[in-house]
Design a protein around this ligand. Structure first.
Ligand code: NAD
Ligand code: DAU
Length: 336
């Protein structure tokens, strides 16, 4: 049994990872999260009373706060999800992206070294590789060519992790994954936004010609990959994870409408995202060969499960959209 500090565990992927660890291992989990707009403790109500779970509110870019958290909890392992994650927000203002993704990662690396954490798992993204044309795949050796302020900040954080390995001999592993979807994804990202808008009869905004391609992976498949890298990855290595499910955005949107029994008249083409990457596609053969990992869900299975979840958990995303979810921390934790 290890004590695992999960940063950003109140977000989309982090909360799915925390749930996976609590339900499928005997590890202790410390969830450290600043509860930005993307952090939602209602993502974890089903596991929050587990005696192996602790929540700590903290900002990874605040060195004093992180020192206090590491001193109090002395984690064996750090799995680092916390980030500003939405490309559109980084186009509007990159300040928080540099602070959290770059500065915050360095603070965590420093504390992990000082407090002798055994392994640091850095959760990164395929977006650091830039954009592909119609053919080819990103491998772990593809040069980083980040195009958005978000992906540039993630690329910077990857390089800081690499530097910690080479300069300080730290045991770090970097994972890079393609587009996740599934339960508890904030309805600003493509799939949950389109589902929620369709369910409310609102327009579905399609950027540009709708033919940008993403490689979709069901969130628990990504979480299993991170766990495999945490347990079996080699120090200093990078592992790509993809869903083997490339789809044009317009295909995904039409499929959501079809499965929900809604008409294409809700589709609304809008101005393109500035610097919009055309295509991402992952070569995950290294993770398959060396970690024994592979995704369990086809896109069709994962999308069906995701739609069902958003239909059955309407109050979850309605509380996100109304802002009511932000009261949960105050009610449950702040008065303790
Ligand atoms: P998310 O936006 O849903 O969650 C981010 C979490 O980080 C939130 O809980 C937020 O409160 C927390 N956070 C933000 N700033 C913080 C700070 N300064 N201190 C502490 N906590 C802070 O993000 P996500 O989609 O779950 O992504 C998680 C990680 O996975 C990110 O590092 C992202 O780059 C990476 N990733 C995401 C995808 C994807 O498709 N969503 C794909 C590959 C990699
Ligand atoms: O590839 C991994 C990355 O995937 C992660 O690192 C990021 O954190 C995550 O946000 C995601 O980035 P994308 O920019 O690919 O995801 P997003 O859901 O914002 O957009 C997916 C595609 O859909 C993209 O081509 C833009 C398009 N889009 C998005 C939105 C929100 C639309 O056409 N309309 C929309 O309203």
């Amino acid at each position: 049994m290890s004590k695992i500090l999960v940063t950003g565990g109140a977000g989309f992927i982090g909360s799915n990872f925390v749930r996976m660890l609590l339900n499928g291992s005997d590890h202790e989990v410390v969830n450290l999260d600043a509860l930005t707009y993307a952090g939602n403790l209602e993502n974890l109500t089903d596991v929050a009373s587990n005696p192996r779970y602790t929540f700590v509110k903290g900002d990874i870019a605040d060195s004093a706060q992180m020192d206090e958290a590491f001193a109090a909890h002395r984690p064996d392992l750090v799995v680092h999800f916390a980030a500003e994650s939405h490309v559109d927000r980084s186009v509007l203002d990159a300040t928080a992206f540099v602070r959290t993704n770059v500065q915050g990662t360095q603070v965590l690396l420093d504390k992990s070294r000082i407090y002798k954490t055994k392994r640091f798992v850095h959760v990164s993204t395929d977006e650091v590789y830039g954009s592909l044309g119609p053919w080819g795949f990103f491998t772990e050796d593809t040069p980083m060519q980040a195009n958005s302020p978000y992906s540039a900040s993630k690329a910077a954080s990857d390089l800081l992790v690499r530097a910690a390995v080479h300069t300080h001999g730290m045991d770090c592993v970097i994972t890079r994954c393609s587009n996740n979807y599934g339960p508890y994804q904030f309805p600003e990202k493509l799939i949950p936004l389109m589902i929620a808008n369709a369910l409310e009869g609102k327009h579905l905004p399609v950027y540009g010609d709708g033919k940008n391609v993403r490689d979709w992976i069901y969130v628990t498949d990504h979480c299993e990959g991170i766990r495999a890298a945490m347990e079996r990855g080699q120090a200093g290595e990078v592992y790509n994870f993809g869903g083997n499910a490339e789809r044009e955005n317009i295909y995904v949107i039409k499929e959501i409408l079809r499965l929900l029994g809604k008409g294409d008249n809700l589709i609304h083409y809008v101005k393109d995202r500035p610097g919009h990457d055309r295509r991402y596609a992952m070569d995950s053969s290294k993770a398959r060969a060396t970690l024994g990992w592979e995704p369990r869900h086809t896109f069709e299975q994962g999308l069906r499960q995701t739609l069902d979840w958003y239909v059955q958990n309407r109050s979850w995303w309605e509380r996100v959209r109304s802002g009511a979810y932000q009261d949960y921390y105050k009610q449950q934790y702040a008065s303790r």
